[in-house]
Design a binder for this molecule. Structure first.
Ligand SMILES: NC(=O)c1ccc[n+]([C@@H]2O[C@H](COP(=O)([O-])OP(=O)(O)OC[C@H]3O[C@@H](n4cnc5c(N)ncnc54)[C@H](O)[C@@H]3O)[C@@H](O)[C@H]2O)c1
Length: 254
């Protein structure tokens, strides 16, 4: 039985993770952390990790980048793995995460859905076949409450494509401020925000008279919650290091 501390438990994803974990018999949420206390919870909730007195095997975070320092300090003090699901970390924070992974096990991914990770593999394949002759653009759409843009997933897709191309492309986020033609060695990344869209990512390979488009649509946040619970169970007891969806997928496939 994997005992989970859920950081960001009062938020939309926190509530989804609570539901998914309750439907499993191999894990249990033993405590929640949130600066906003929920109206009711089936586990004790603390406003910070420093106040948490409950022992656990792993921490899952769906709060915000601002919580990172406290999460790293607590995970190190207790020597337990950390599953980081929040997005929008700064370069300094990403460096701090990598540095801490020398001492504790850290799972980090911009997207916990199986379908998105398949889309990434398909986009890598498409880029290796079409990349030199086709212009590549990524369009992502999310609900109007999302604060970071572009999405962590759009950047994951761009990075994966970039790694397969011989000429490393640069990313262009804002055409409005540039009056010039599109450069061959660029990936355009565009963010759309509106309504309740859970998450859509579209990778467009535009060539001469033909266009290949690969699209993934997340229809419910449950997809990410399932991925987070699977990651938590996978990470319990893991040695120090950085882990991501590829490690989880390999473990499922093997
Ligand atoms: N990796 C993925 O697949 C994936 C999927 C969905 C969402 N996300 C990310 O997860 C995060 C949360 O998403 P959400 O839709 O649940 O947001 P949300 O705003 O509904 O919930 C965030 C919760 O965290 C709490 N919180 C904020 N700062 C905190 C802090 N410093 N300490 C403790 N609690 C704090 C808030 O009170 C809130 O209850 C976002 O960064 C989002 O981009 C990642």
């Amino acid at each position: 039985m994997t005992r989970i501390i859920l950081s960001g438990c009062s938020g939309a994803m926190g509530r989804n993770v609570t539901q998914v974990a309750a439907s499993r018999d191999n894990c249990s949420i033993v405590a929640g952390i949130d600066i906003r206390l929920p109206e009711a919870a089936k586990y004790p909730v603390f406003t910070s990790l420093a106040e948490c007195t409950v022992e656990a095997d792993v921490i899952v975070d769906f709060s915000a980048p601002a919580a990172l320092d406290g999460l790293l300090a607590y995970a190190e003090k207790k020597n337990i793995p950390l599953v980081l699901c929040a997005t929008g970390y700064s370069d300094e924070q990403l460096a701090a995460i990598r540095e801490a992974s020398n001492r504790i096990a850290i799972f980090k991914t911009g997207n916990l859905s199986l379908g998105i990770n398949l889309l990434i593999r398909l986009a890598e394949k498409a880029a290796s076949v079409l990349g030199e002759d086709f212009d590549i653009e990524i369009v992502e759409k999310h609900h109007n409450q999302k604060v970071d843009a572009p999405s962590g997933t759009a950047l994951m897709i761009a990075d994966a494509i970039s790694d397969t191309l011989e000429e490393r492309p640069h990313y262009v986020y804002d055409r409005h401020s540039r009056r010039m033609k599109r450069d061959k060695d660029e990936i355009g990344i565009h963010a759309i925000r509106g309504g309740t869209i859970t998450g859509q990512h579209e990778v467009i390979f535009a060539g001469h008279n033909e266009v290949v488009t690969i699209t993934h649509t997340a229809e419910s946040k449950g997809v990410f919650a399932t991925g987070a619970v699977n990651a938590a169970i996978f990470m319990a007891g893991k040695p120090a290091g950085m882990y991501d969806m590829n490690d989880l997928l390999s473990a499922v496939v093997d």
